[in-house]
Design a protein around this ligand. Sequence first.
Ligand code: BG6
Length: 476
Amino acid sequence: MTFKKDFLWGGATAANQLEGAFDVDGKGLSVADAMPGGKIRWQLLSSDEFDWTIDEEKYVYPNHKGIDHYHRFKEDIALFAEMGFKCYRFSIAWTRIFPKGDEIAPNEAGLKFYEAVIDECLKYNIEPVITISHYEMPLNLAKTYGGWKNRELVGFYENFAKVVLERFHSKVKYWMTFNEINSSLEMPALSQGMIPKTGSKDQQNVFQAWHHQFVASSLAVKFGHELNPDLQIGCMVIYATTYSFDANPINQAHTMEHIQAFNYFCADVQVRGEYPAYTARLFERNGVKPLEIADGDLELLKNHTVDYIGFSYYMSGVENITAEEVETVQGNMLGGVKNPFLEASDWGWQIDPIGLRIALNDLYGRYQVPLFVVENGLGAYDKVESDGSIVDDYRIDYLKKHITAMADAVCDGVDLMGYTPWGCIDLVSASTGEMSKRYGFIYVDLDDHIEGTGDRSKKKSFDWYKQVIASNGGDL
Ligand code: BG6
């Protein structure tokens, strides 16, 4: 058998992208609540004018309603159970627990909600896998404190992490501290709560914010392990296998530096517990001066490293600095250079299953800690046929090839814990705020304006994934 007996097959979501109920039961506003829907989202978050103002006259805010999982989670989890999920990765909306982020006492209604979600999972023997912070920090922390570049956020996060770990450690074994912590190299608004108006274009701030996040993450790991040594607490990074445009050593060296900055830097600190040897060069390239590091920070990072690496893998990228005329792919945030050997999704993400085998070997070879593919999948337009069916063969094909690549990596000797494809139920896209960019095995009848019945139905991939899980990946 290729995959371990207790391999964690499941699916992944994030609170702000599916729960809706954005102002219910004491929840405060998060940065995600201030992100307009539509392809304009990315440009707005990087524009000098954007200041987190919610303008409902001008924009739609799909995250406010999401797919109303807040009220329908029992129905959704029952469907996950029907597919045979062994685990379910979801996040806790910080603003349900601490509405503004800087309170001392938590909001009990928020804790009760997640307790109910966890209990519902456990009812079906589904292991909850929790991301403590997934692109949804309190808006107040972004607006009043300027996001993670402010050291005060360490204490606020620590308070939040302690509350949820304390409350749920007896029921939840698997945790991750920050979703895609390295994404800030491309888009600091999501994970660091920083926009151009609050300094996101100055890399000094991005790296200082990372330092604060590393410290906060280590404090959570320390607290979690002291509370319950059985807990498995991971980091979570985006990994994009990155090729050089050609064999020109100049491009190869450039690609090496890109990989260090994007794929390795955060994981190096969180897994190995220290800033890597190339840090000085990386800072120099980014115009970053030595960071403000408080007494005890470096010891904390060293002594409280993560137990595993959770990572997302959707696509690979190509790096080039020598060729002047290169074809690009629209929408591919990683490099943007077209790889002629690959096809791309409707959103320009280049599909590369072999790249996942390379990613797994690379990460395991470098760190030798267990790996968990906590996001992977194909964002696609789905068509509902006249009989209500959705024949998503393209999604099955994508997932099948990526699972095959994981099986290859396991045969290569990689220690792989599990697989949670992204958006196991259709939800709002993080980068574009669209509903029509669908990843799910379960279709949700809502459009980009969150209009529709909200009814759930099974796509063709639903039964296919059920069979994959039942056969522990043997029957693809
Ligand atoms: C990851 C994020 O980057 O990719 C998710 O952790 C996100 O939040 C997923 O939804 C897919 O990206 P998108 O932009 O297609 O939703």
